[in-house]
Design a binder for this molecule. Structure first.
Ligand SMILES: [Zn+2]
Length: 373
């Protein structure tokens, strides 16, 4: 068995298991006397070259903690050139899903030992909702795990827990199709920590640029200051204007560069000191939460409290009368809260608690993103 499926195609998960399990036993990763295997399924759509898109589905063995972040240990089972959408995935995953159903119901016999299989699913928001047969993130009913609506997204007094079940999920609003992987229980559908960091940092960045634009200072000087500051923190960054386009485009940053911006970008270079300080505290608070997600020793109750506190700060309202001495500018508006922020604040603590055996970092999609095929 090689780790490549070639230009497109499928591979039997049962065949791969039969091939890799003996070695996992030899290495002491799996235990013959406790024959359980925990499988993590992931997938994403990616650009291959400028015009070609590929969709890839992989699986990995969670017990193999030593290799869970190594792309070579995420085995490709489905790969096809095309777009990530429900209809294509429905057709191209038929045999894979039949195998998963069988693995769930009767397990797998390898060299005379019957193994029980536990299953998990982890991906970015888009791929997860497609596979769940659910609405996209900008819908009124946007959360795969609870029944919240967009209108309630900034209400910090409410509590939201994982409340839907996979077996009757189509009775809830927004679920338009049967989940592709309905053999995996909903609490085992885990949001990817990498994309939580990427997308919330994107939000911070666009809110910052918007603020600079609103104050009327988003000119050549401001753009040069931003590029210089990026250079200082060793991030390659440019602005440019597309032909016949008023708005400015800028370099889209990779994960490591986004983390540098989140931690080290000096907001004093572009904002008045008090304002820079307030926003820096918000960014730091998010960085601390992101670090806590990755730490296997994080206490879920403390995380929940800190995350709620952070959202409260994000939503700090303005006080006093505008343009008077007692006016204190707040931070962001209810509309600025994103689905990823909802998951961070209301669901991540539950995932930390339920999956503490593995730690949420074990479900990171970074190794799948880095996988070549
Ligand atoms: Zn929710």
């Amino acid at each position: 068995v090689t780790t490549s499926v070639g230009k497109g195609g499928k591979r039997s998960i049962k065949d791969v298991l039969k091939f890799i399990v003996p070695n996992l036993i030899k290495r002491g990763v799996l235990n013959l006397h406790e024959p359980i295997i925990s499988i993590r399924i992931s997938g994403d759509g990616r650009n291959v070259g400028k015009k070609v898109k590929h969709v890839m589905i992989t699986f990995a063995i969670l017990e193999d903690i030593e290799n869970i972040h190594n792309p070579n240990y995420h085995y490709t089972v489905v790969l096809y050139p095309g777009l990530e959408n429900y209809e294509s995935l429905d057709i191209l995953t038929i045999s894979f899903r039949e195998e998963l159903q069988e693995l769930k119901e009767i397990g797998i016999n390898i060299n005379g030992v019957n193994w029980t299989i536990n299953m998990y699913f982890s991906s970015d928001w888009k791929f997860l909702t497609i596979c769940l047969g659910f609405n996209s993130a900008n819908s009124l009913f946007f959360c795969p795990w609870c029944t919240i609506t967009k209108k309630e997204i900034s209400d910090i007094k409410k509590e939201w827990l994982i409340s839907k079940q996979i077996d009757n999920i189509n009775q809830y609003n927004g679920h338009h199709s049967t989940p592709l992987f309905n053999m995996i229980s909903l609490e085992n559908w885990i949001p990817d920590e990498l994309h939580i960091m990427l997308r919330i940092t994107d939000r911070f960045w666009s809110l910052l640029l918007h603020e600079i634009e609103e104050t009327g200072y988003f000119n050549d000087v401001a753009r040069e200051i931003i590029v210089k500051e990026m250079n200082r923190i060793k991030v390659n960054f440019h602005f440019w204007q597309e032909k016949e386009c008023q708005s400015w485009s800028f370099t889209s940053l990779m994960g490591q560069d986004k983390l540098k911006v989140l931690q080290f970008f000096d907001l004093n270079k572009v904002l008045p000191p008090t304002r820079a300080n307030v926003i820096r505290n918000l960014w730091n608070g998010f960085f601390d939460l992101y670090t806590a997600i990755q730490d296997p020793n994080t206490d879920p109750k403390m995380f929940k409290r800190d995350a709620k506190m952070w959202l409260k700060i994000f939503l700090t309202p303005s006080t006093g009368i505008p343009n008077s001495d007692n006016f204190v500018q707040g931070l962001y508006r209810p509309n600025d809260v994103t689905p990823y922020m909802h998951v961070l604040v209301f669901h991540i603590h539950e995932f930390i608690e339920k999956h503490k055996k593995w730690g949420l970092k074990s479900f990171s999609c970074a190794p799948v993103e880095n996988k070549n095929h």
